[in-house]
Design a protein around this ligand. Sequence first.
Ligand code: IPE
Ligand code: IPE
Ligand code: MG
Length: 236
Amino acid sequence: MPAPAPEASTKPRHVAIIMDGNGRWAAARGRPRALGHRLGVQAARRVVRAASERDVPVLSLFAFSQENWRRPEREVRMLIHLFGRTLRREAEGLRSNNVRMRFIGSREAFPASLRREMEGVESLTAGNNGLQLLVALGYGGQWDICHAAECARRDGVPIDHESLSERLSTADFPPPDLLIRTGGEYRISNFMLWQLAYAELRFVETLWPDFDADDLDQALTWYAQRQRRFGMVAEA
Ligand code: IPE
Ligand code: IPE
Ligand code: MG
């Protein structure tokens, strides 16, 4: 028997975003990709604020995938530097706005200095009970499932829906109800493969640096009109 279907609501409990299109935004203007990434951080800032104001309980942002390690070393280094600087700049604002920030993904490959920044923001905001912000860094959906299975095996429990759900990096949160991907690509790129099983998928052409609160509102309005059935039959 599958797990009981969750209650459908017009408001998503968890919004997940694949923030894509920074490089193309810059290339279209003949500018370096780094500029696109910097403006991508500004877009993330706007969306965190908007989600918080709209009482979205959980927001996940895909910032760096495991596959992104395959990018040119120069770009990877630039991104790591940008993440560190952003955390230092934003930590206090997140704390005072009651946002709790956590990271999901495999941290091992990041420099120790960035890992310390990540832990610092997590502990600084640990007491906050407003928006729960999950930032996926070094994240892969396949990694998440394999890691959960490995933990279940180590704990000596059978591998089933419950034991895996409890050991995924998102165990403390409901699964995303709404996934938004910007940048005009119609794929999941190894994000939350397990957790997106019943998410409503919204793909938009807007490149991430251009995404703003209006785009979030449009997505929330669109979501409210979906009829979610979770495998059941629509009510008359
Ligand atoms: C998304 O923008 C940010 C990261 C993956 C780090 P991209 O860098 O993928 O931008 P495009 O897709 O090349 O335009
Ligand atoms: C997905 O974007 C990962 C993030 C947004 C962090 P990519 O730009 O890496 O995805 P692909 O390579 O086009 O599938
Ligand atoms: Mg991309």
